[in-house]
Design a protein around this ligand. Sequence first.
Ligand code: KMT
Ligand code: NI
Length: 180
Amino acid sequence: NLQAWYYDDNGEDQRLPHRYEPNQPASPEKLRDLGVLYWKLDPDQHESDPKLEAIRKKRGYSYQDIITVSPEKLSGYHEKIKSFFEEHLHTDEEIRYILEGSGYFDVRDFDERWIRICCPEGTMIVLPEGIYHRFTLDQADYIKAMRLFVGEPVWTPINRPADDHSSRKEYVTSFMPSTA
Ligand code: KMT
Ligand code: NI
């Protein structure tokens, strides 16, 4: 299982864990209810891993590349990490497989709380189309991740507010608990 917890918005550096004291864990069921999927894989095998192949085939992930986020390796690092951490959605799934290093994905729940998902090496995570989310490095300032996509990739973030966007409406319809 992934380590995930409610985010303590205390104004400190985004790279810190931002756990409440005491910690408020977010359960695997909670992540499932928000539509977040994940697997644990062996990154040493990523070039020919039958488990990864099975996921790609089943979910139609035809595209892949590798991104390294660090001050040295990513051009436009400062602007990019800033935009990664703006609350946004995409018109497709966001699929990342962490090959080296680590980082945090934060996802919004339907009570407007942030849930921080810890993504160490070997984590493959899928954020559903239309979920509000953001990404940050941790204090090690380094992640190398495989990006996967169905068809031609579109990385464009659509910043919140995007409540009228069709991807958001679809997400809300699929995942928001009914209040009835
Ligand atoms: C994204 O879109 O937030 C990223 O690609 C972040 C780096 S990959 C974990
Ligand atoms: Ni994103």
